[in-house]
Write a protein that binds this ligand. Sequence first.
Ligand SMILES: [Zn+2]
Length: 503
Amino acid sequence: MKDIRLCLAMRILAWTALLGIASMATAQYPGAVPPPDSLKKGFDSITQSEAKDYLTFLATKCEGRGTGQPGFQKAADYVADHFRRFGLKPMGDNGTFFQSTTFYRTRTKPGSLVFEADGKKLASEKDVQLRSSSSVDLTAPLVLVRAAGAAATLGTTADQLKDKIVILDSKDVSRKFRNELFLAGAVSVLTVRPTLGAATWDVSQTAPNISTSARGDGSITRDAAKRILDTLAPQAGITLDTPVADGAVSIHAYNPAIHLAAIRESEPVKVSNVVGLIEGSDPTLKAEVVGLGGHLDHLGKRGDVVYPGADDDGSGSTAVLCIAKALSITPVKPKRSILLMTFFGEEMGLLGSRFLSEHPPIPLDRMVSELQMDMVARDSYGPQNGDPNRIDKLEENLDTIRLVGSKRISTELDTIIQEQNKSIGFKFKYDAEDVYTRSDHYNFARHGVPIAFLFDGFTPDYHQPSDTVDKIDFLKLTNAAKLYYLTAMTVANLDHRPVHDVK
Ligand SMILES: [Zn+2]
């Protein structure tokens, strides 16, 4: 909450200083010229209030739009419904807007968890959650491993872990440390957590092999761990509340052996890109297409925590909807067609755009450009891409946006965007080529399609539950949409394809 108020207050103050007025009601940035008359109707149809409606739905009603989770399908239905209302041509499977494929979701079969010693039940599935890709059935002695600090390492204590079930009570240890436990031969590692939240499905692209294996990876609540350790063999002076010195590791063995078992079950789940077309008006050029995309998915719901992904990439998906509407009411249709796409699985590794690029509704050699929006509605501040030497200041980024990759294949595409920006007034930054491979445009660039990737930069809310709608800069969002509306129309009307002039 503190963060938000600071942001808004700083933004208003900085705008007041910049414009010399107390209002933020301006539609574009200072110095912008009006768009061409033929595009004015579409341009003006892109409004902050409409963008707010779209984004509020996507970022508050869809549980973080996790690929393979119900919230993602709800968001995909919403986008498809709007494409239909705007009169786009469905370009998905069997005359629908959905281009679908099958993923798999896996969970522990309810009621199947066993955690007992000498036939006595010690924990239930409220206390222990497994995330292994396979089922688990093992009997082994328990050890408690306590560790703290990035320097903690098993060292010579490793041989005490072979064939043991480990309860890991750790603080600020390195990611490597957990792997060390398995390398030392632990058959299961249950990390102590304050609470577990509701059990959720794990989603994967390929079907997991769920036949029984001997290794279990998961979590246990602090209360259950305390109870179990007390029940087994109380060790004088050792409790989970005893402080651990920074860099220290301690290991405590318990008896008797534990029987830990769980059945994992897996089922197919449909995931979909949403694709619609504005058909071109030129009898020849309409076979070619300008692609325009954003990713609809985000991190979804993990346990009880929702990751709203308002900026990432609710903002880009919202802009796609705004542009779809603008194109649909533009009086003179573009010569080339324009393909609007929202992707699944970007956060899992650009999987939706890869699927689309491998099963293109229109052959990729007819895609003359792809315009990508991924995070277009925040004013960046703090370290950029985790680099402590690149610190953005919020007040310097009210009207900036990153243009990534736009000079890599066709410098003409970059020139066109700069030209169209005269009607917007963004200050472009070209300092984020380090994220060139990190969004969906890359799956088109790989095939030689000229791309431009619009990206606002990083804030501390990136990939956090705090990426929420109340922090969104709707002026920036609608200006990104307007810029790409003008760019898509311009490229679609060129008498030639943007020239490939870069090797
Ligand atoms: Zn993203």
